[in-house]
Write a protein that binds this ligand. Structure first.
Ligand code: GL4
Length: 771
């Protein structure tokens, strides 16, 4: 309340983060850390006979996101508060977040995530903050009281959005920002006409329809777009948010002419890109501005972050669906496009092919609205999420736009919050860092973990460092045994790949490595190996057949490997079910090796790579996403690099990639794939994994086979290095010591300075004290 009051009265410039996803994770532990009262809470709990850890275990996490993109939004909200930047996070209060994953007979099974079942003590319902949102209907021209010709929208149906606020605390500060999530509801009274004519059920049904809009999160990471309800969701939250921003502005600052000075709105990917058209509509139709004025404000308000280059994740909506749902917005998009394409034509005389490529409307075949183009045209800044990704954004996806507006394109490399992913997740390591550096300031200024570097040769520190890792591995082993019955040996190398399942992330490359280890041990060639526990975690989109088959394959290989006494002392395979924020917090501290093995050019950034490294895991990875910068930061000698570069991969695709030739020419690879096809992992069923193996041999869109040999060679280096315990420990310490750049505080400060042009506003605590 203090923050809200100060931001209001001081007219502080405010960041509005618009995101369809927030993967928050449990609140309690994070809030205790940020208030500096974890130990106090523990002691008070003890006096009352309550065990704090048991209480923390109980908390149901709000899983309102799929993966990296949603978790990034959560880290950013926490860093915005920590960095004292006035901000509001806008999103959707899904009644059902990301599904809970169970594993049955090795297959992923989805269960609904009923996170609100026992209520949600963290949110504040705001019944007075409600907006109506229209859909469908038609538009019409009319003359206003000054005789000017204007356009207005008569929607066919209207629903309400109500605000639910969750305070997001910063670390060691009184600053708190709001996460404002919208819940869809029927308008106050239901259809009385239907009610009066006796259609009671029909009238209530319409209400139920309204509420479906915020019912459930679409469970696709890198989604395949096109669902009508998803477009409704997007418009719903964007419309409520824009109306709320206008309300706030009118209530505090005043005239809308200064709207873009008060607010900057960050589009988290294209999911909220409709906000560009919605703000235009509100300014033109509801606030009677002319086009030039409205466009100037809109264009100065928005900035857009691109999070993926995968073509299937680039949102487009069929013009016919768009028109049916949002007829007024389509008119506005057409007018934006008309003016924009005139600009392109003037700049590139006669280049109609370029005009065709840049248009907000894809022509030829079914006409579609291109949301990414709308986001770029409607924003004053566009950024990618890692250096490589931002370069590819300019060179490929938005090449034409970067030629037209080079100054509009930026990079801001992602980061993650050290409060959750170090202090909360790994208290032992955090204590050791604090003891070694002699202060806790690294928690708010992660660059200061670099002070560890001075102690890297200290044998005492090395010893304690190993003990910390060992204890985390012991914890995870116990948890795993409870959850899955798989026994892991804490003495073995914990080799972890945890992230959403997607072919481009190449979990199947990891599986081929496991099968190779298995065969080598069976053939008595284990001399190059070290005992390893292969640990996977991650969800597959429920409709993504290949990803689900890879999960099944992992579990199938695990069943054979874990039950074969001949290899048991060497390797184990475990699948941690229901990878989410809470389970991630168990995993990151326990990892020795972090698998970041996507095909170069495909992973925009990755953030798991940062979380593992922060917890002292060494990375085996390709030159993809933020791996490139992590390797630069921690030192090439402390990173296991393998595989093609993005450029090499592209070259090879273009000159004709023939995976079957690799398959035929590499005897070990062939025998690994053939072993899958033999039915060994499927109780004799030789067909079960065929879709996967046939695809690898014949198409291999993510070039698993091309990187197989390099990956195995690199894994050999990993094993050799692991045998040299002091060396591995030094590398681990250096990974943590040099990871400071990858704090989300740094990312937020870059956005604030270069993109948002917003300055911190420190809140002085009123009354009570903040640690
Ligand atoms: C993602 C990227 O795939 C991931 O590399 C990135 O770290 C994350 C946050 O920027 O965004 N894009 C989509 S879509 N989902 C993601 O996780």
């Amino acid at each position: 309340m203090e923050s809200a009051q100060v931001f209001k009265t001081s007219h502080a410039r405010t960041v509005c983060y618009l995101s369809a996803e927030y993967l928050l994770g449990p609140h309690l532990a994070g809030n205790l850390v940020n208030l500096g009262i974890t130990e106090t809470a523990r002691e008070v709990g003890e006096e009352l006979g309550l065990d704090l850890d048991a209480i923390l275990e109980e908390e149901e996490e709000p899983g309102l996101g799929n993966g990296g993109l949603g978790r990034l939004a959560a880290c950013f909200m926490e860093s915005l508060s920590t960095c004292h930047i006035p901000a509001i996070g806008y999103g959707i209060r899904y009644e059902f977040g990301i599904f809970d994953q169970a594993i049955e007979d090795g297959w992923q099974v989805e269960r609904t995530d009923n996170w609100l079942r026992n209520g949600n003590p963290w949110e504040i319902p705001r019944p007075k903050i409600r907006f109506s949102v229209g859909y469908g209907g038609y538009t019409e021209s009319y003359r206003d009281d000054k005789g000017r010709s204007r356009q207005r929208w008569q929607p066919a149906s209207v629903i309400n959005g109500m605000a639910y606020d969750t305070p997001i605390l910063g670390y060691g500060t009184a600053n708190a920002n709001l996460l404002r999530l919208w819940k869809a509801e029927a308008p106050a009274s239901f259809d009385f006409q239907a009610f009066n004519t006796g259609d009671y059920y029909g009238a209530v049904y319409a209400n139920i329809q309204a509420e479906t809009i915020s019912k459930v999160l679409y469970p696709n990471d890198e989604p395949e777009a096109g669902k009508e309800l998803r477009l409704k969701q997007q418009y719903f939250f964007v419309s409520c948010s824009m109306q709320d921003m206008i309300r706030l502005h009118l209530n505090t600052v005043g005239p809308l002419e200064t709207f873009a000075d008060k607010f900057v709105a960050q589009l988290n990917d294209t999911h909220p890109a409709l906000a560009v058209a919605e703000l235009m509509r509100l300014l033109l139709d509801e606030h009677a501005m002319n086009w030039e004025q409205a466009w100037d404000i809109t264009h100065r308000t928005f900035c857009y972050t691109n999070h993926t280059l995968l073509p299937e994740a680039l949102e487009t909506w069929s013009v016919s669906l768009f028109e049916r749902l949002l007829p007024r917005h389509l008119e506005i998009v057409y007018e934006i496009n008309r003016r924009f394409l005139d600009e392109v034509r003037m700049r590139f005389l006669g280049d109609e092919a370029r005009v065709w490529r840049m248009s907000l409307i894809a022509e030829g075949g079914e006409r579609r609205v291109r949301m990414a183009n709308l986001a770029v045209v409607g924003s004053r800044a566009v950024n990618g999420v890692a250096e490589l990704h931002s370069a590819l954004v300019k060179a490929t996806l938005f090449k034409d736009f970067a030629e037209l507006w080079p100054e509009r394109f930026h990079n801001v490399t992602n980061g993650v919050t050290p409060r959750r992913f170090m202090v909360v997740a790994n208290p032992r390591l955090s204590r050791l860092i604090t003891a070694t550096c002699g202060h806790e300031d690294w928690i708010r200024d992660l660059e200061r973990v670099r002070e560890l570097e001075a102690h890297v040769e200290d044998a005492g520190l090395q010893e304690e460092w190993r003990a910390v890792k060992r204890a985390a591995k012991q914890d995870l082993a116990e948890w795993m045994n409870q959850a899955t019955g798989v026994r892991l040996d804490p003495e073995s190398l914990f080799d972890v790949q945890a992230k959403r399942f997607h072919e481009y992330k190449r979990q199947h490359l990891k599986v081929l490595h496991i099968i190779r280890c298995y065969q080598r041990i069976k053939q008595g060639q284990s001399q190059d190996l070290v005992p390893r526990a292969f640990i996977f975690g991650g969800k597959a989109a429920p409709g993504y057949f290949m990803a689900k088959l890879i999960i099944k394959l992992i579990n199938a290989v695990g069943e054979v490997v874990n039950n074969d006494p001949q290899v048991n002392g060497w390797i184990r395979v475990a699948f941690l079910p229901d990878f989410n924020v809470k389970n991630g917090q168990r995993l990151y501290p326990a990892a020795d090796l972090s698998e970041q093995i996507s095909l170069a050019g495909k992973e925009a950034s990755g953030t798991g790579n940062m979380k593992f490294s922060m917890n002292g895991a060494l990375t085996i990875g390709t030159l993809d996403g933020a791996n490139v910068e992590i390797r630069e930061a921690v030192g090439a000698e402390n990173f296991f690099l393998f595989g093609m570069t993005a450029e090499e991969a592209l070259q090879r695709q273009m000159t004709g990639y023939r995976p079957w030739e690799i398959y035929r020419n590499d005897a070990e690879l062939k025998s690994d794939i053939d072993l899958i096809n033999s039915g060994l992992f499927s109780h004799g069923d030789t067909q079960l994994f065929r879709p996967l193996t046939d695809n690898l041999v014949n198409h291999d869109p993510f070039m698993v086979l091309a990187d197989y040999r390099a990956y195995l060679d690199c894994q050999k280096t990993v094993s050799e290095t692991y045998k040299d315990t002091p060396r591995w420990t030094r590398m681990s310490i250096l990974n943590v010591a040099r990871i400071g750049r990858f704090s989300s505080d740094r990312a937020i400060r870059e956005y604030a300075a270069h993109i948002w042009k917003v300055t911190p506003k420190l809140i002085e605590p009123a009354g009570g004290d903040v640690a």
